[in-house]
Design a protein around this ligand. Structure first.
Ligand code: ADP
Length: 393
């Protein structure tokens, strides 16, 4: 008997990541994962099994114009050639924007896809890439069920006020509102928190998703009540190359005084700012922490400072704080950044256990800490596979 399997796709501007989960004994277990990277530059493919062993690699000659369609073809051919007693029963996709309409994952048909195309205007840098593999699959294998899971959906239960800008209501009604992102990561953390800390899971927690993209989310009883990202994924914290929150007056100044148009400003605030812009060295936290360049230290200082400010804001939205949880590449791996954030959060009752933090344990606050602190590896892919499985069952 073949085991049913769900493939998860996360298609970005320059890469398509995939994971294959097999249904086994009532659980979804990771069987294979990998990616095609450098789609428009130096394309390369690698896949690993669940034990982390590389099972396949491929490199295309430099200058190959691969594109998303061919990248997807390569992944599909690989998955088909590695059945390992599995049969593919569905595809789950990470889609950045579900707009005001999609508050849950959804099984995709042409109507849904047409709706999702409308949200391209809300996330022009990400949404088209997310949707492309869905269109391609719909055309080539219409019988294969597909499920779209949204980074915005988890936040749709936020109170109305948390989703509003103080703009004329006509704009709110037209969709200009705070959506919040990284929802699949927060949903995963909220799903494991009850085992980790039942009191915090039932109470007030701030999750810090610190990766190349970064945001923070306030959870009350496991539900999102506020987040640092708003209308777009450029809001909130400074990130690898994104500015984070800006005074809107800065945008007007850039237009009036620097003659910059929307595309030039987009490039500035999405690709040339954040850790990269301030440091002038790198967008990569590891490189900044290892650098002797004063501006690298300044970029890290600003990053930690802004996290502290947002933590205060989210704690206010929650009316107090029972726990904080670090996740994402930086949150999971950088003991330095965690330690600095926790020290700044002493006024909120966080007392760090330096040893536990250095050892990379899950609980990094001391026994006496009034507010608990954790570092937890996120798993957005598993969340997507679980949603797809549930919807297709
Ligand atoms: P993405 O948002 O693209 O999924 P990740 O969650 O993988 O990104 O996070 C990437 C970030 O994590 C990079 O800034 C990288 O430097 C940082 N990172 C990974 N490992 C470490 C580490 N050991 N120390 C500090 N930063 C790290």
């Amino acid at each position: 008997m073949k085991r049913d399997a769900i493939a998860v796709l996360n298609a970005g501007s320059s890469s398509i990541k995939f994971s294959l989960f097999a249904h086994d004994g009532g659980e979804l277990a990771l069987a294979l994962h990998g990616q095609v990277e450098g789609i428009h530059t130096v394309p390369r493919f690698a896949a690993k099994n669940a034990a982390g062993q590389t099972v396949s690699t491929h490199a295309w000659p430099e200058g190959t114009r691969l594109g998303h369609e061919d990248a997807l073809e390569h992944i599909v051919a690989f998955v088909r050639g590695h059945p390992q007693g599995m049969q593919l029963v569905g595809l789950g996709h990470r889609v950045v924007h579900g707009g005001p309409k999609y508050t849950q994952p959804v099984r995709v048909d042409r109507q849904v896809l047409a709706d999702l195309e409308e949200f391209v205007a809300l996330a022009p840098l990400h949404q088209p890439h997310n949707l492309e593999p869905i269109w391609l699959t719909l055309e080539r294998r219409p019988e294969l069920p597909q499920v779209a899971c949204f980074d915005t959906a988890f936040h749709r239960v936020q109170p109305e006020l948390a989703q509003m800008f103080a703009l004329p209501m006509e704009l709110h009604d037209a969709g200009v509102r705070r959506y919040g992102f990284h929802g699949l990561s927060y949903e995963y953390i909220a799903s494991v928190l009850p085992q980790l800390d039942p009191a915090a899971a039932a109470g007030r927690t701030v999750v810090l998703h610190l990766g190349n993209g970064a945001s923070m989310c306030a959870l009350a009883g496991g539900r999102s009540v506020a987040s640092t990202m708003g209308f777009s994924a450029v809001d909130g914290l400074p990130m690898g190359t994104r500015s984070g929150a800006l005074d809107p007056g800065v945008i007007l100044y850039l237009m009036d005084q620097r003659g910059m148009d929307a595309r030039a400003i987009e490039k500035l605030i999405y690709s040339q700012s954040g850790l990269l812009g301030v440091s002038g060295v790198s967008s990569d936290m590891r490189e900044l922490l290892a650098s002797a360049e004063p501006r690298a230290a300044l970029a890290v200082d600003l990053y930690v400072y802004r996290i502290g400010r947002e933590l205060g804001s989210l704690a206010a939205a929650l009316g107090g704080l029972d726990a904080i949880v670090f996740t994402g590449g930086i949150g999971e791996n950088s003991a330095d950044i965690r330690a600095r954030v926790c020290r700044d959060a002493a006024w909120l009752g966080v007392a760090l256990d330096e040893q536990a933090n250095r050892r990379g344990e899950q609980r990094i606050s001391s026994g006496a800490s009034k507010t608990a602190a954790y570092a937890v590896r996120t798993n957005e892919e598993l969340m997507i596979a679980m949603h797809a499985w549930r919807l297709l069952a």
